[in-house]
Design a protein around this ligand. Structure first.
Ligand SMILES: Nc1ncnc2c1ncn2[C@@H]1O[C@H](COP(=O)(O)OP(=O)(O)OP(=O)(O)O)[C@@H](O)[C@H]1O
Length: 265
């Protein structure tokens, strides 16, 4: 299987601070789901933002390569990066709900996000929006499209956000703790939907999460970050059943047991 993304010895720093991401290497194959787990401040968000070239001000990749389909993203100019963003690589942020404009109905925002990447008549746009919302199991897409964000529940907004990100059929989806703002039942549902995205859209997914339980459920590979270092990276079963690092063991031990079992084999 070809790798879609290779991160090679990547170091990222914010001005005047010690490295937020320290010499990290990892690879993701096509259609693979990889979770990056680790406590707050360990560098997870910084790492996936670098993949899209959207580090906050002061943040800089000081060393290494980020190869997307063999091309070093760090050497691309802003125009080429913009072409990739949203079409080949999409990102879902921590709180998608908050990124929706509160004073515009969903339809108008959704259409705008489609028209950034391709021309399409209004009616066709709406058809595509409805199709995508239905795929995310929003049962009344007409109503969702004519709603303002505040009229939708957290889970619904999250689904709208994921549907919007998937409309351009990106090959790589970066999801920054997309479930954190939601209650546990909705979290499980959204994670299940994301798992289906891989089958439907053949997309690889990198999921950033605090939750080792979520990671073990959804992932092919798991990476564990601790203070900027990727202390563990490997196949899901290897990480869960044969963790190498003490920190990984402590995260695994904190996952609650269900019916006497912590992880299904
Ligand atoms: N905009 C910024 N300016 C300066 N330093 C930052 C900035 N964003 C993050 N950092 C620093 O970089 C380090 C890594 O932060 P990052 O947000 O990547 O961690 P994280 O693992 O994603 O945390 P969380 O799970 O809370 O989102 C932290 O020490 C943080 O203080």
């Amino acid at each position: 299987m070809m790798d879609i993304l290779n991160i090679e010895n990547c170091t990222i720093s914010y001005q005047g601070q010690k490295a937020a991401v320290d010499d990290v290497s990892l690879s993701i194959g096509e259609k693979e789901i990889v979770s990056i787990v680790g406590e707050s401040g360990s560098g997870k968000t910084t790492l996936i933002r670098a993949i899209l070239g959207i580090l906050p001000p002061g943040g800089k990749v000081t060393d290494g390569k980020i190869l997307f389909q063999g091309k070093n993203i760090l050497e691309l100019d802003e125009r080429s990066l913009q072409k990739i963003r949203g079409t080949e690589i999409a990102m879902i942020f921590q709180d998608v709900g908050a990124s929706l404009d509160p004073i515009r109905i969903v339809d108008s925002q959704y259409r705008e996000s489609i028209l950034v990447h391709r021309k399409m008549p209004k009616e066709e746009c709406r058809g595509l929006e409805k199709k995508m919302l239905t795929k995310m199991h929003l049962t009344d897409p007409e109503r969702v499209l004519s709603s303002y964000p505040f009229e939708l529940s957290g889970g619904m907004k999250q689904r709208v956000g994921i549907a919007m990100s998937m409309t351009a059929r990106p090959k790589l989806l970066l999801a920054d703790e997309p479930t954190s703002a939601l209650d546990v039942t909705i979290q499980a549902e959204v994670v299940r939907e994301m798992k289906k995205l891989r089958e439907q859209y053949q997309a690889a997914i990198i999921l950033v999460t605090h939750n080792m339980g979520v990671a073990s459920y959804i992932s092919d590979k798991i990476g564990v970050m601790c203070q900027g270092k990727l202390v563990e990276f490997g196949k899901r079963d290897d990480v869960i059943f044969h963790p190498k690092h003490e920190y990984t063991r402590s995260l695994l031990a904190a996952v609650p047991r269900l019916e006497g079992k912590r992880f299904a084999k």
